[in-house]
Ligand binder design. Structure first.
Ligand code: ATR
Length: 290
């Protein structure tokens, strides 16, 4: 635990959600503030569903500079904001808010964070055939980010209806070919045929559910790039099996760090120390794994 001097000018940032006990964002952001020598501090606030409106108003009154917004508030916060970034509006979910002179503006850095995490590994979505697993909040952000770039998108979800709704919204907004299927082995075989990139946005494989995986290892071909947005554990069963199959893999830690780095930039106006944030997030995750 780092201790730092809090002054009369310290600016406050944080995360609101429930649960927030295991968040690694404080470790990541506080290390970044410290390394740039800026008078900011980041804390986590456990905010229950029914308390969201008073929390947002209270944070405004306390002149809090900015907040990450996590489950279960990413959608419900929208009507409480003064302004909404067009991408966040399209996605229908907000994960970062910024207090500009008393006005809350909402953004979604999950979408760009995902694209940046891919780009830094030299993976581009342009012209690719992509399979996305899951149709929840994270999938919405990632699907919208990819839909403007890739050639073909298939969304598979345990509950077919939510995949169908998402596919329908995407086809209204983008020219991409998009399909919705139920998440089962038969449909996975079909979707992965000729696919370039597979993205898991479901919570399967997330601690403590570490033995489960959304895709059986024998379905993964070496030509596939497998991206998991689950970051706890950093190497999920899906990624371990993909690696074994000779596929390229991208861990959720990369997206976690990038969405945080983009939020940091919005609150401070400064270039985030990305490598430091990555190290700190990994270190904090390791602590939780113990
Ligand atoms: P997030 O913001 O992380 O996307 P979410 O909105 O709660 O969280 O979405 C979770 C996603 O994981 C959903 O697509 C969910 O499928 P359903 O729509 O059928 O609920 C998926 N998911 C969660 N647990 C799952 C499981 N055991 N098997 C398959 N899919 C699962």
């Amino acid at each position: 635990m780092t201790t730092r001097e809090i002054s009369g000018q310290t600016r406050l940032c944080g995360v609101i959600g429930d649960p927030v006990e295991h968040t690694v964002s404080p470790a990541m952001h506080n290390a970044a503030f410290k390394s740039l020598g800026i008078d900011y501090v980041y804390v986590s606030f456990k905010v229950r569903k029914n308390d969201l409106a008073s929390a947002v108003e209270g944070a405004r009154a306390l002149n809090i500079r900015g907040l990450n917004v996590t489950l279960p508030h990413k959608v419900e916060i929208i009507p409480l904001l003064d302004e909404l970034d067009p991408l966040a509006e399209k996605i229908g979910a907000v994960n970062v808010i910024v207090n500009d002179e008393g006005l809350w503006k909402g953004y979604n850095t999950d979408a760009d964070g995902f694209l940046q995490a891919m780009l830094e590994q030299g993976i581009e979505a342009e012209g690719k055939k992509i399979t996305i697993l899951g149709a929840g909040g994270a999938s919405r952000a990632i699907s919208f980010a990819l839909a403007g770039r890739c050639a073909d998108l298939t969304i598979l979800n345990r509950t077919l209806a939510s995949a169908a709704v998402l596919a329908c919204e995407i086809s209204k907004n983008f020219a991409v070919a998009v399909a919705a299927l139920e998440l089962d082995r038969k449909n996975l075989v079909k979707a992965l045929e000729g696919a370039d990139i597979l993205v898991n946005t479901t919570s399967m494989g997330m601690n403590p559910d570490v033995d489960s995986t959304p895709v059986a290892g024998d379905l993964i071909r070496p030509r596939l790039t497998v991206v998991d947005i689950v970051y706890n554990p950093v190497k999920t069963r899906l990624l371990a099996e993909a690696e074994k199959a000779g596929a390229r893999t991208v861990s959720g830690l990369n997206m976690l760090v990038w969405q945080g780095a983009l939020a940091f930039e919005k609150w401070t106006g400064l270039r985030p120390p990305l490598e430091l944030m990555r190290r700190e997030a990994a270190r904090a995750l390791k602590k939780h794994e113990k």
